[in-house]
Design a protein around this ligand. Structure first.
Ligand SMILES: [Zn+2]
Length: 113
């Protein structure tokens, strides 16, 4: 399951952040989930809940924030969102587009007390 490996990666980042803040109690964590990441949120939530539980973090609130996909045209410099994923630049009709956001899943912030 892809979501489990993503969750493990997030747990590593989380553990490192908590170490910086220690001693503390983790209250909530916010994840940025890219529109193009292909992540199933429910599966990711389940995987994270399982890992958090195993690591001894109870009652941690997980929030997911969707990061929209954004593109940049290497031909005319256009940048922005596409209505569909035809991957054709609305400016010059070129197809030399790079994805500039919306591909990744990462830990946006944590709240501790
Ligand atoms: Zn263009």
């Amino acid at each position: 399951m892809h979501e489990m490996s993503v969750a493990i990666g997030i747990m590593k980042v989380l553990a490192a952040k908590l170490k910086e803040e220690a001693p503390c109690k983790l209250i909530s964590a916010e994840l940025a989930v890219g529109e193009l990441s292909g992540i199933d949120r429910d599966s990711l939530r389940f995987a994270l809940d399982t890992l958090l539980d195993e690591a001894g973090y109870k009652d941690v609130q997980m929030r997911f924030e969707q990061v929209p996909a954004a593109f940049k045209c290497n031909n005319c410099g256009w940048g922005g969102r596409l209505k569909n994923y035809a991957l054709v630049c609305p400016g010059c009709k070129g197809i030399d587009l790079d994805i500039i956001s919306g591909q990744d899943v990462y830990l946006e912030r944590i709240e501790v007390e």
